[in-house]
Design a binder for this molecule. Sequence first.
Ligand SMILES: NC(=O)c1ccc[n+]([C@@H]2O[C@H](COP(=O)([O-])OP(=O)(O)OC[C@H]3O[C@@H](n4cnc5c(N)ncnc54)[C@H](OP(=O)(O)O)[C@@H]3O)[C@@H](O)[C@H]2O)c1
Length: 233
Amino acid sequence: MTTTLITGANKGLGFETARRLIEAGHTVYVGARHAHRGREAAARLGARFVQLDVTDEGSVKAAAEFVRADAGRLDVLVNNAGIAGARKLGRVGEVTGSDMMTTYDTNVFGLVRVTHAFLPLLEASDAPVVVNVSSGLGSLAATADPSRVEFQVTLLDYNSSKTALVMVTSQYAKAFPAIRFNAVDPGYTATDLNGHQGTQTVEEGAEIIIRMASIGADGPTGGFFDKTGPVVW
Ligand SMILES: NC(=O)c1ccc[n+]([C@@H]2O[C@H](COP(=O)([O-])OP(=O)(O)OC[C@H]3O[C@@H](n4cnc5c(N)ncnc54)[C@H](OP(=O)(O)O)[C@@H]3O)[C@@H](O)[C@H]2O)c1
């Protein structure tokens, strides 16, 4: 039995990832900040619900204690919860320090809060895996290349938070060689995050998350992947 926690799994890419991993035989904990949304999603999926607001240290610690008492270990952690942030597209000069704090609190610090709290449970697994959901907008190479669509999307807080997330992934990978830590770019996917403007379905977007959540102990670590393979970052 593979025990998996997905943050922000009550909808969007996290929900689809949960659905597919349950199909593949995982026992999935649906992490959600709002209990009613999380319970409803878990009931639809046949998953377990755990209250988890990644910006709230107490909530994250309680979630780790809940999974410890329930399962004793964690095999797969998918750090999926994320926010679009201030949405000041192209208006870099209008982004405030407070905007940055808010976006990073979920997209970067939240990931570290969750990873930090669950490390002992991951270390109790025989083949622990962590998947951190970044974005092509977090790639320095893609956003600096005029031939790429990512070049057109200037979002100071969101893009830089997703870059930071990749470096955080790389540092964890070096520090914990027994745990497979990778970042992924799902691609532009129709979800609430972008008002359903994304060009892919959630089934397509979740593909790389599922693939990297399913690697074994001999899989890659410290990388950044999209559906076509390694991402240049
Ligand atoms: N969609 C895309 O095109 C795209 C592309 C690249 C990367 N991504 C990344 O993919 C991930 C999933 O996004 P999505 O597109 O599926 O968006 P979504 O449908 O808006 O889902 C985001 C999820 O994160 C949760 N969340 C937000 N803040 C949270 C917090 N403080 N604590 C716990 N959960 C929180 C949301 O919960 P609530 O329902 O309570 O708000 C929701 O479940 C994000 O990290 C996003 O940056 C998305």
